[in-house]
Unconditional design. Structure first.
Length: 342
């Protein structure tokens, strides 16, 4: 078997490949590593048959939808997953077959309602149900410590003790453990009575994941992250450097309209000489009256260069084919010592 474990911070994803058929399964891919997964597939000559998410992730952005769409393969999740982009939904005991690879789904809820683990030969991919030296938390949406207790003690811990454990997260650089090691050494698993285990989980008082709201929103709905929107917008527009704009304002400003997209207070405090004020929130409503000539060159800027990128892409979609965004933003302009009006 071809086996690749890809760590992204504390997130772990897995590429499994059948050497005889070149069929592969990708488990818990992370959005920022799409190019890396593609490189691994090319290196090994593998063809992905399934992209699997073990559960609805709350602390990182899943690449399952993007990888499934790009590769033309089904996205696999448990049947209780809320994600609309899940093409194949598994029940407890269902099996995925890809060449010589056979992965059996175990429904292991508790961290989330849709959590499942995948058992294959000598190993189990536990998602966030069972971690190395820990377990998944149960205080996030659809988490339940009673369900987690049953998933652990009635299912996962009944696997052979030599079964290797590959979780979806590990923040200490460890690659795997075994069921036997976890039974013996995992402090949370020493609470073998339901009431004691539930009390322990309810008392953890853990900090919320950094990207909780956005990760849940995108992973549950198949929507886009802010970073994706910015990347897509940046691919549609050209940029102008601070130096280039500095040389064009003043006497040469007639051939370009400079739009300041910030709020009124920020514009009045300081702005690029000759800039016109058009808040981003009013752009689409005022564009026809403020910008009657669609052939004119338009430069957008904001404080940090992100909103202006989105605005320039919007202007191009509206027919302003010469819209560009300032590379940087007002902060960069100010720090570079270029002139200001107020």
């Amino acid at each position: 078997m071809i086996f690749e474990q890809v760590a992204t911070g504390g997130c772990q994803s897995y590429l499994l490949g059948c050497q005889d058929t070149q069929a592969a399964v990708l488990i818990d891919p992370e959005l920022s590593r799409i190019d890396h997964y593609r490189g691994l597939l090319a290196r090994h000559g593998l063809a992905v048959k399934y992209v699997v998410d073990t559960h609805t992730h709350a602390d990182h952005f899943s690449a399952s939808k993007e990888m499934g769409k790009a590769l033309g393969v089904p996205v696999v999740m448990h049947r209780l997953s809320p994600a609309p982009h899940a093409d194949l939904r598994l029940d407890d005991g269902d099996m995925l077959i890809a060449g010589g690879l056979k992965l059996k789904a175990l429904h292991t809820p508790g961290h989330t309602r849709d959590s499942m683990s995948l058992v294959m030969d000598d190993r189990v991919f536990t998602g966030d149900a069972l971690l190395i030296g820990g377990t998944g938390r149960t205080d996030l949406p659809s988490g339940d410590p009673h369900m987690l207790f049953e998933s652990l003690f009635d299912k996962l811990l009944k696997l052979p003790p030599e079964t290797m454990v590959f979780p979806a997260h590990d923040y200490k650089g460890r690659s795997h453990s075994t069921i036997g090691t976890e039974i013996a050494e995992n402090p949370r698993l020493q609470k073998t009575e339901r009431a004691a285990f539930v009390e322990m989980m309810q008392a953890l008082d853990l900090a919320a994941p950094t990207h909780l709201t956005e990760a849940l929103r995108t992973n549950m709905s198949g929507g886009k992250t802010v970073a994706q929107l910015l990347a897509e917008a940046a691919a549609k527009v050209p940029f102008m450097s601070l130096e280039e704009l500095s040389g064009r304002i003043g006497g040469n400003s007639a051939d370009i309209v400079v739009l300041d997209l910030r709020e009124k207070e920020a514009f009045e405090a300081d702005h690029i000489p000759g800039a016109r004020h058009l808040p981003r929130g009013q752009l689409e409503l005022r564009v026809n009256s403020e910008l009657p000539d669609p052939t004119q060159r338009i430069l957008t800027y904001c404080e940090f260069g992100k909103i202006s990128t989105l605005a320039a892409a919007t202007l191009r979609e509206l027919g302003y084919g010469r819209a560009v965004a300032l590379d940087g933003g007002m902060k960069a302009w100010r720090e570079a010592g270029y002139p200001l009006d107020s």
